[in-house]
Design a protein around this ligand. Structure first.
Ligand SMILES: CS(=O)(=O)NCc1cccc(-c2cn3c(Cl)cnc3c(Nc3ccc(N4CCOCC4)cc3)n2)c1
Length: 275
């Protein structure tokens, strides 16, 4: 039988440099003393979690992410807490946040974009097979491991499909499909929409429906006001890939299986058809 998950405590780890600051706490490089295994230790303050009433969301994130095992999903090895803090023991992603790299390079070339989207599509296919929808696919939630391995992190908004769960529209609307903005029941096809938004952002450097303020972004999303800047040279296949995902009607969005077979992927990702 599976060894009972052992009880972890802070004394099991040597804490290294801070990796980054989050809304509810910080992430540190850490090493488990006995095995010398390197991890990322995400420290969350209970006071902050209570203040924002997100304890249930964190419990769901831990429950979901600890059961997912896929090379493109950041592993959650365990968790523990003390009087004031909750600690998540996470896989260390050696190349950091993808959105920082996107910011530095302003946009990715087609092969790089297709490679990341191929990896993400495989991870989403795995999630959907387990009836998990992520609902918050965006560059800020993607990390990069060695060999440019993309890792979906932060399952804070993941739920078991289908769902009509409220998503307090804090933060950017840019990645939300029309049905979620309208707070209608939604299913795994919301991740197909976000995959299209992300593909566009990798290729053009900003999300497709970006506008001043929520109301204008809202209007552009619900009317699928999709435009491709003329001055950025992007192949017809890439645009076709995006157009097939950014469909207002969820049932008309290209499936993950079709995405993996799309010419933009098969032409730009060697060995993609072997997967
Ligand atoms: C809400 S939050 O607290 O989770 N987000 C804030 C934040 C901000 C920044 C980073 C990281 C971060 C998280 N990581 C996790 Cl989780 C696993 N590995 C990393 C991880 N790994 C990592 C690896 C390398 C680097 N370097 C690479 C060389 O250039 C300087 C940065 C940074 C982070 N980083 C997190």
């Amino acid at each position: 039988a599976k060894p009972a998950r052992r009880k972890w405590c802070l004394d099991d780890f040597e804490i290294g440099r801070p990796l980054g600051k989050g809304k509810f706490g910080n992430v540190f490089l850490a090493r488990e003393k006995k095995s010398k295994f390197i991890v990322a230790l995400k420290v969350l303050f209970k006071s902050q979690l209570q203040k924002h009433n997100v304890e249930h969301q964190l419990r769901r994130e831990v429950e979901i992410q600890s059961h997912l095992q896929h090379k493109n999903i950041l592993r959650l090895f365990g968790y523990f807490h003390d009087e004031h803090r909750v600690y998540l023991i996470l896989e260390y992603a050696a190349k950091g946040e993808l959105y920082k790299i996107l910011q530095e390079r302003s946009r990715f070339d087609e092969r790089t974009s297709a490679d990341y989207i191929f990896q993400l599509t495989n991870a989403l296919k795995y999630c959907h097979r387990k009836s998990v929808i992520h609902r918050d696919i965006k560059p800020e939630n993607l990390l990069l491991g060695l060999e440019n391995t993309l890792k979906i992190a932060d399952f804070g908004w993941a739920v078991h499909a289908p769902s009509s769960r409220r998503k307090t529209l804090c933060g950017t609307l840019d990645y939300l499909p029309p049905e979620m903005i309208r707070q209608e029941p939604h299913d795994a096809t919301v991740d197909l929409w976000s995959l299209g938004v992300l593909t566009y952002e990798f290729l053009f450097g900003n999300p497709p429906f970006e506008a001043e303020g929520h109301t204008n972004t809202y209007k552009r999303i619900t009317s699928v006001d999709l435009r491709f800047p003329e001055h950025i040279p992007v192949s017809a296949e890439a645009k076709d890939f995006v157009k097939k995902l950014l469909r207002r009607r969820p049932s008309e969005r290209m499936s993950l299986a079709d995405a993996l077979q799309h010419p933009w992927i098969t032409k730009n990702v060697p060995h993609s058809s072997l997967a």
